[in-house]
Design a protein around this ligand. Structure first.
Ligand code: SF4
Ligand code: SF4
Length: 171
């Protein structure tokens, strides 16, 4: 009985007060797709593999991202150039397995892999979610092209790294 009285005189008015409070607040409806959504810098979307300023790919196929990945979403096969430099002959991410935790970018010693802000990559075909090295590098090229065209800074996780060019980049 006491529980019912509490609910009628306290809980229900308290719940309704929240409803009435938000009646008076500014609406937060996102008008997607008519207006692009705004993401926080920390948002983690589709991956990309980065390049050095001269276009060379940064990934040395060390495997640390794959080891760090809790979803077992990354697969790679290493190879070496004629100069003995290591690179990824095959590098794939299964975006259906990925839980977008960001451990791969944290683990990478080469600042070669990041999760960007792209979120529009739905498909009805499961095979479309296997992103190859070429697709992941193309994601970076697109991001860089847009960034330069719009004169915007890299997002915060990418910016915290220096993107130093080593004396002798790979192949
Ligand atoms: S974001 Fe997480 S789950 Fe996705 S590939 Fe990277 S480490 Fe794996
Ligand atoms: S993306 Fe980074 S961590 Fe992953 S294999 Fe390449 S260099 Fe290693």
């Amino acid at each position: 009985m006491w529980e019912m009285i509490k609910s009628i005189f306290f809980a229900i008015p308290r719940g309704l007060s929240v409803t009435f409070k938000y009646f008076l607040k500014k609406k937060v409806t996102v008008k997607y797709p008519d207006a692009p959504p705004v993401f926080e810098d920390r948002y983690r979307g589709l991956h990309y593999l980065t390049r050095y300023p001269d276009g060379k790919e940064r990934c040395v196929c060390c495997g640390l991202c794959a080891v760090a990945c809790p979803a077992d979403a990354i697969y790679m096969e290493p190879a070496e150039t004629e100069k003995g430099e290591r690179y990824a002959k095959v590098f794939e991410i299964n975006e259906l397995r990925c839980i977008f935790c960001g451990y791969c970018e944290e683990a990478c010693p080469e600042e070669a892999i990041f999760l960007g802000h792209e979120f529009e990559f739905s498909s009805g075909d499961r095979g479309d979610f296997i992103y190859t090295k070429e697709m992941l590098l193309a994601n970076f090229d697109k991001i860089e092209k847009d960034r330069v065209a719009k004169n915007i800074k890299p997002f915060i996780r990418q910016e915290k790294y220096q993107f130093k060019k080593p004396a002798d980049p790979i192949h």
